[in-house]
Design a protein around this ligand. Structure first.
Ligand SMILES: [Zn+2]
Length: 496
């Protein structure tokens, strides 16, 4: 079936990068785009008139942790200073002997999570990403049962993902004083790698090639050098990308420097992992960051020389009083900056806006982190980090992963007059403005409606799950705090 989309604005591509095509058409047939241009003379089976909307490549979210992220709601404007703003230490490290209620992501292989929780978390994740125009996402290290649950939802909703069970050589637990205790389990790391390799061998190319594998040693400081080296070996053998959290936390930076007398980035360089298809989440605490006061820094130069990728998750890190220092220096060094949501909301447009505003502030320069660059990071940058030349762009031969974005702001005045569609999108848009999503040539959402999904019911189920998680915090929190203690209400509760 051949489909033509006609629109006032199209993000086309001239082979060097994105271009703005005014009053043009995109034509796709089967999985692939066959033509982008001013007009098309051949026969078509279906026409979509997108009117004054914007037609652009689907977004690529390079940093997703599956789930509805209810536990993350406990750390808005709150947290424990000893974690230096590292969110997952706040909400993913349980008291010794306990598990984090309602979060199946870091259970060890063989641990059983409730199937209902797995299904709800996966459905929420894939549906939220689709609703926000994300056509490809990268899952960042959840365990195998989570990956399998995600795959079922991807099959159902029709989107595209890079999946692979994450692994590590031991995590943390909260010790009896409420501090952090590292658990060392090198054998567990190798078993986890085996599971990941087996998973990738089995599912690479599944669902009409919408599933691809990725190797994810979860964090550089929780992986032994042996585990990292073996990961690299399998990445070459299986020809898959890699992702890991590195240069992402003050604690991690100091741990690695103390253990190896080098920085996390220098360690990755020594192992040989620095490359474009290594997605470093988040890469903001590199030695060059003035907050770290590290002398002789060369992390940015190393990352740039190898053109490695970072998944920059601007909303998530800004909430923890951190930011990328800074967008322009990374770009100029040669780093491939991509954008991830990491947590809630999975809104790539809000993330683009935050990246742009933070880039200007940190650069002390309003020319920096312009709309075009953050849009490129959310599309072409993500594709590069996955080694893909057929994603993130609209041109003949690329896969038909397309989103149509409405500038009526859901019947509001939010956009006002639109001159430059990309600047308008980055400045005024939200994920809800996505009108239509096409993946692999199939329409997965139309007029904001995802076929077969009751969005209100899904939100209700996530709310109930959240209420349960919040009410059980004292059971697994290392300090035994209730939700009220850990996360005070924004105003005192009114007494009647
Ligand atoms: Zn992450």
């Amino acid at each position: 079936m051949r489909t033509l989309i006609k629109a006032k604005w199209i993000v086309a591509n001239d082979g060097r990068g994105h271009t703005l095509l005014r009053d043009g058409v995109v034509v796709f047939e089967g999985k692939h785009i066959i033509h982008v241009g001013q007009s098309f003379d051949g026969p078509v089976d279906r026409s979509i008139d997108a009117g004054s909307k914007l037609v652009c490549p689907g977004f690529i979210d390079t940093h997703v942790h599956s789930g509805h992220r209810a536990s993350h709601r406990l750390i808005s404007d709150a947290g424990r200073p000893l974690y230096f703003g590292q969110p997952f230490l706040e909400i993913s490290v349980p008291k010794e002997g306990r598990v984090v209620s309602g979060d199946p992501r870091y259970l060890k292989p063989g641990d059983t999570a409730l199937n209902a929780a797995l299904e709800l978390n996966a459905m929420f994740t894939v549906a939220e990403l689709l609703r926000n125009g994300v056509t490809t996402f990268v899952e960042f290290g959840s365990q195998e049962s989570v990956q399998l649950a995600l795959m079922k939802q991807i099959e159902r909703f029709g989107t595209r993902a890079y999946l692979g069970p994450g692994y590590d050589s031991g995590r943390w637990v909260g010790d009896s004083n409420g501090g952090l205790k590292r658990v060392h389990d090198p054998e567990g790391g190798l078993r986890g790698l085996d599971i990941a390799v087996e998973f990738i061998r089995k599912y690479e190319g599944a669902l009409e090639d919408r599933i691809r594998g990725i190797l994810v040693p979860r964090e550089v400081e929780t992986s032994t050098v042996d585990l990292l080296e073996k990961t690299l070996g399998f990445a070459d053998e299986l020809k898959v990308p890699m992702a890991t959290h590195a240069a992402y936390s003050v604690l991690e930076f100091h741990d690695i420097v103390r253990e190896f007398q080098m920085t996390p980035i220098e360690l990755l360089d020594k192992v040989g992992m620095l490359r474009t298809t290594l997605n470093i989440g988040h890469g903001n605490f590199i030695a060059d960051n003035s907050n770290l006061n590290y002398s002789g820094a060369r992390d940015l130069e190393l990352m740039g020389t190898h053109q490695c990728s970072i998944s920059h998750c601007p909303i998530n890190i800004a909430r923890r009083a951190r930011t990328l220092d800074n967008w322009d220096r990374y770009r100029n060094a040669g780093v491939n900056v991509t954008i991830g949501s990491d947590t809630y909301p999975r809104d790539m447009i809000m993330n683009m806006r935050t990246a742009s505003l933070m880039g200007k502030i940190m650069g002390h320069d309003y020319y920096k982190a312009p709309a075009g660059q953050v849009f490129e990071a959310a599309t072409l940058g993500g594709a590069r980090s996955l080694g893909r030349n057929d994603l993130g762009k609209l041109s003949a031969g690329a896969l038909a992963d397309i989103v149509i974005i409405d500038f009526d702001g859901r019947h509001s005045l939010r956009y006002g007059p639109v001159r430059d569609p990309i600047k308008s999108l980055v400045e005024c848009g939200v994920g809800d403005d996505i009108d239509t999503v096409i993946v692999n040539g199939n329409i997965c959402m139309e007029n904001g409606v995802i076929p077969g999904l009751d969005i209100d019911d899904l939100r209700d189920r996530a709310q109930r799950s959240g209420e349960h998680i919040w009410s059980t915090l004292q059971d697994w929190d290392p300090r035994g705090r209730t939700a009220e203690e850990a996360s005070p209400w924004s105003f005192p509760l009114h007494s009647h």
